[in-house]
Design a protein around this ligand. Structure first.
Ligand code: BES
Ligand code: ZN
Length: 968
């Protein structure tokens, strides 16, 4: 178990090569951390501005074999040169879980001598080493601080850590890093703040049989003997000026595949077996052209001569943009044509695009502090789509941002416990607070508002502003308003007319949380905006200086005729243009480029429903998905009737496009979550089954379940067809799936199940099966050598319906030998999305919270995702009470980066309770009547046109969309 150690555990020091000399004074870590004890600089979370690092010269030596105590360690030496900016007799430098093996040495590089060191004190809470000097350092002078240290190369996925795997029965250990956001200090003492940029000279000592990588290219490699051990010393070229969180080193015996162009060397590293099987090829093929694309797009050259990308068996996140040495979890980098699905392929190309976008946004130009992280991650998320589109232009991938980010974040940003994109610097201080800003708001809302901005400015003006911003601030730091200034200049030069300045418009989207619902009354021409809250009875947690009003760019069409952009600048406005008559209809927020929802008067809704039914091609595909998502959410908020929302799904009986289907399935999933333990289940199954039948037949004719549909999103919809048809019990489907799985069980050496369909097939078969099927899947999981195949099986095993199988599986998640730490959260949340698994997972997490929090708190458990996942279904007052109890019971331990998620889950549960009460009440009588078999049978005869008479509570869905989206 990766447990940090302090110098008090002196026992671990013994026998370490670099361990010698006096130990530093140390303060013990207080058991429960509540508030900072004093106003002394070492009791503040932010570094003082007294010193400014210039260069680091670090030598690291990870040991890939355990020491006699069974502990994996690394040792290191560091020389950091810094300039004194303000006279001070204190050197405060971050250092976390490192033991100094010699007293630090300070040297002056200028004319005045270095003061002596009086005392060195470690501050575990604020993660500093405080070096008290006998006299002051002088402003303007430079000094060098030399340290020798030792740390644990633990398996906690943070700082300098180890990853393990087996190859041909032999255990292999990799030493690798994950510094962002605040773990560079866990690898070497450093001024660990993003604005404290410096140049890094890195040297690694390692076993001659291994390869060492770092941010720079290798410039020297020699073998030498240190204390009787033969080691290779690999030296890397100094980095460009950069932040500590981007430093990386990897020591492994990985193989690689490479592609060299005149000015860039690209290499993909991974387990030798994976490289030999060609799994790095796809990443290699797309990376070079994508670099070219981004260089052109940002109009700033990539400043390094190489980009290494490494697939790691253990990795906390999806990927990390370390400059020149990007790290990935295997599923985000490695692709096997024979085994991986198109979804896996999309994941790879989008993650690569995300990390390449960071090479400019984040690495070259860095936000001054983590409160502006949204700009960094928002741009990278936006970059996922444009970068992936450049690599796979036939996929129409840019459209998918609406489902994957805009709709996704709407759900969170509609809560009163949401938060604005931008926070104040002083609100984000502690490492857990910093972790917390890496949330859906930063990523998905960030990307959504940037997309809106680029849409109303036009892409040409937008990119012009971005280019000058990047060029102007390269190798330095910014606050987000710097971008607005550059965009404003681009607007002014281009002569684009805007009703307000870029800053005035964007302040309202960035500084206040949430988003508006725009209501267009086509009878009167009234246009109004209202802060959209899922539970209208809640009040936003914080006041807004803009009164929860926005400047809203409304793109719209009258019938199919595009109209000029309409800017809604007030709460209510009147526009004759939006007053219509006859058979006209209005559709607003074309392609959902705007970050808002739209509501209409009932007549216009009716007209839109008619268009969907009779000539849906008149409505862009994205807007067909939007009409569904907006209406379901408006209904949830009590603004329109749920029956109206349900009617937006009627046209699906003849729809074959992915986006509307996916939107509907996601929304119907809410009904499923709320009602799949009730009598509503049956009738809805009938309805959904009927809707999906055509889609299933369509794909049967098109592919006979043998061929792959030509379009990327068609391939996704083929999976939807199979998944939903099977889960609603369509016999043709269940027979197919059973046969395929049985054949595989009969001869495990041949798996003929089509790669795109595997997730759905495995899940169906395991859900329908028992121990035999589960154990077969487990065996195959253990055998699988392609990470994406492992993930499909891991997800499918959560579909089991026997509680004991799920309980056993839950236990496995706390055993890293069975389920890797990186996969524990997603496995638990996936079990929780299974109707049988939910109470088990909820009990499990509550029972084990203390253990989970203390053992996995260092980074491997994504607490926000975990809390979100296990509480999604809660919808009764009793469950709410349990949730509040959970919060109270563990208040003394805390919820770390899941704190806000817990508050949001309480709010969501309250909304769920109200929704269920309202919808069940409304349908109480109807349900009682419909409970008889006869009635259900009669219902299955209902024509489509009768759906409107179905009560909303009768909608249910028998799918498990979450399983298809193991996000990491
Ligand atoms: N910089 C992040 C990785 C990260 C996340 C570091 C959280 C520290 C805390 C990286 O660029 C990233 O955003 N990775 C994503 C993948 C992406 C495609 C959404 C991830 O890991 O989920
Ligand atoms: Zn990112």
């Amino acid at each position: 178990m990766g447990k940090g150690f302090y110098i008090s555990n002196t026992v671990v020091i013994v026998g370490i090569v670099l361990a010698a000399g006096a130990l530093c004074t140390i303060t013990a870590l207080p058991a429960a951390i509540t508030s900072l004890p004093t106003t002394e600089p070492w009791d503040q979370w932010r570094l003082p501005q007294t010193l400014s690092p210039q260069t680091y010269n670090i030598t690291m030596w990870p040991r890939l074999e355990p020491d006699p105590n069974g502990l994996y360690i690394f040792t290191g030496l560091s020389k950091v040169v810094f300039r004194c900016v303000i006279d001070t007799d204190l050197i405060l430098i971050h250092s976390n879980k490192l033991n100094m093996t010699k007293p630090p040495i300070l040297t002056a590089l200028g004319s005045s001598p270095a003061p002596a060191i009086a005392l060195t004190v470690m501050h575990p809470l604020t993660q500093y080493m405080a070096i008290h000097l006998t006299e002051k350092l002088i402003a303007g002078e430079s000094y060098e601080l030399y340290t020798e240290f030792i740390g644990e190369l633990s398996d906690d996925l943070g700082g300098f850590y180890r990853s393990e795997y087996y190859e041909n029965g032999v255990k292999k250990v990799v030493a690798t890093t994950q510094m962002e956001a605040t773990d560079a200090r866990k690898a070497f003492p450093c001024f660990d703040e993003p604005a404290m940029k410096a140049i890094f000279h890195i040297t690694l000592l390692h076993d001659p049989a291994t390869v060492a990588l770092s941010n720079g290219v290798m410039i020297d490699k020699v073998d030498l003997t240190v204390d009787g051990t033969l080691v290779t010393k690999t030296t890397f070229a100094p980095t460009v000026v950069m932040s500590t969180y981007l430093v990386a080193f990897v020591v492994s015996d990985f193989g690689f595949t490479e592609q060299n162009t005149e000015d860039l060397q690209i290499r993909i590293f991974a387990r030798q077996d994976a490289i030999n099987a060609g799994q790095g090829q796809y990443a290699l093929n797309v990376t070079g052209p994508m670099f070219k694309f981004f260089e052109k797009y940002y109009n700033v050259p990539y400043p390094l001569p190489k980009s290494d990308q490494v697939g790691l068996p253990d990795f906390s996140f999806g990927a990390m943009e370390n400059w020149g040495l990007i790290t990935y979890r295997e599923t985000a980098l490695l692709y096997d044509e024979e085994i991986s699905s198109n979804e896996n392929k999309e994941r790879i190309v989008t993650v690569i695009a995300h990390e390449l976008a960071h090479q400019w946004f984040g690495n070259l130009v860095t936000v001054r502090w983590w409160n502006d992280l949204w700009l960094n991650e928002g741009f990278a998320t936006y970059g996922e789509y444009i970068g992936a589109d450049s690599a796979e232009p036939d996929w129409n991938i840019k459209d998918l941002i609406v489902l994957n980010d805009v709709h996704k974040v709407f759900a969170i940003d509609a809560l009163a416990t949401s938060h604005p994109l931008s926070s104040k610097e002083e609100e984000i201080l502690r490492p857990e607070q910093i972790k917390e800003v890496f949330d859906t708001i930063s990523y998905s809302k960030g990307a959504s508002v940037l997309r809106m901005l680029s849409s109303f400015l036009t892409e040409a003006v937008f990119i012009q502003g971005v280019q000058t911003y990047l060029d102007y601030f390269k190798f330095s730091n910014t606050v987000y308003t710097d971008l607005w200034e550059h965009l404003q200049t681009a607007v002014d030069i281009s002569g684009t007319s805007l009703p307000k300045t870029v800053q005035e418009i964007m302040d309202r989207w960035v500084l206040q949380m949430g988003f508006p619902v725009v209501t267009i009354n086509t009878a009167t021409g009234d246009i109004t905006q209202e802060h959209f809250l899922l539970d209208p009875e809640t009040k936003p947690d914080r006041p807004s200086e803009f009164n929860y009003e926005w400047f809203v760019p409304i793109s719209w069409t009258k019938k199919e005729a595009a109209q000029p952009l309409y800017w809604l600048l007030q709460k209510t406005e009147l526009s004759d243009k939006m007053k219509i008559s006859g058979d006209e209809w209005i559709l607003a927020n074309i392609n959902v480029t705007g970050y808002y929802r739209v509501n209409y008067d009932t007549e216009n809704w009716q007209r839109l429903l008619n268009v969907l039914q009779t000539s849906r091609q008149s409505i862009p595909i994205i807007n067909r998905a939007q009409l569904i998502d907006d209406s379901f959410n408006l209904a949830k908020a009590g603004i329109i009737e749920t029956t109206l929302a349900l009617r937006t799904t009627l046209f699906l009986a003849s729809e074959t496009e992915y986006m509307p289907w996916e939107s509907a399935l996601k929304n119907l999933d809410y009904f499923y979550l709320m009602f799949d333990r009730t009598e509503v289940y049956g009738p809805m199954q009938t309805y959904v089954g009927k809707q999906v039948k055509n889609l299933f037949d369509y794909f049967t004719t098109l592919t006979h379940w043998e061929d792959v549909p030509p379009g990327h999103t068609d391939q996704y919809n083929q999976v939807n067809a199979l998944r939903v048809a099977c889960s609603t019990g369509l016999e043709n489907c269940t027979t197919l799936v059973k046969t395929w799985f049985q054949k595989w069980m009969d001869d495990p050496t041949v798996n003929l199940i089509k790669v795109n369909l595997r997730s759905a097939v495995y899940c169906s078969a395991i859900a329908a099966g028992g121990e035999k099927e589960w154990d077969f899947a487990w065996q195959e999981f253990e055998k699988a050598t392609v990470a994406s195949e492992k993930d499909k099986l891991r997800a499918a095993m959560t579909c089991a319906t026997e509680p004991w199988l799920l309980n056993r599986y839950l236990q496995y998640t706390l055993d890293p030998n069975k389920i890797r730490k990186q996969d524990a959260t997603s496995t638990i949340t996936s079990i929780a999305s299974n109707v049988v698994g939910q109470p088990l997972a909820w009990d499990f997490v509550r029972a084990n919270w203390e253990y989970i929090f203390t053992q996995y708190g260092a980074g491997s458990f994504a607490f926000a995702d975990l809390i979100d996942g296990i509480t999604k279904r809660l919808s009764t007052p009793f469950e709410l009470q349990q949730l509040i109890q959970f919060r109270d019971d563990y208040a003394h331990i805390g919820f770390g980066s899941g704190t806000l998620a817990l508050e949001q889950s309480i709010e969501r549960t309250q909304a769920n309770i109200k929704w269920v009460e309202k919808n069940q009440q409304a349908n109480g009588h109807a349900l009682e009547e419909r409970n008889s078999t006869q009635r259900v049978e009669a219902e299955s005869q209902l024509g489509l046109d009768d759906l409107g008479s179905l009560q909303e509570a009768e909608v249910n869905l028998l799918v498990k969309p979450d399983l298809m989206h193991f996000t990491q």
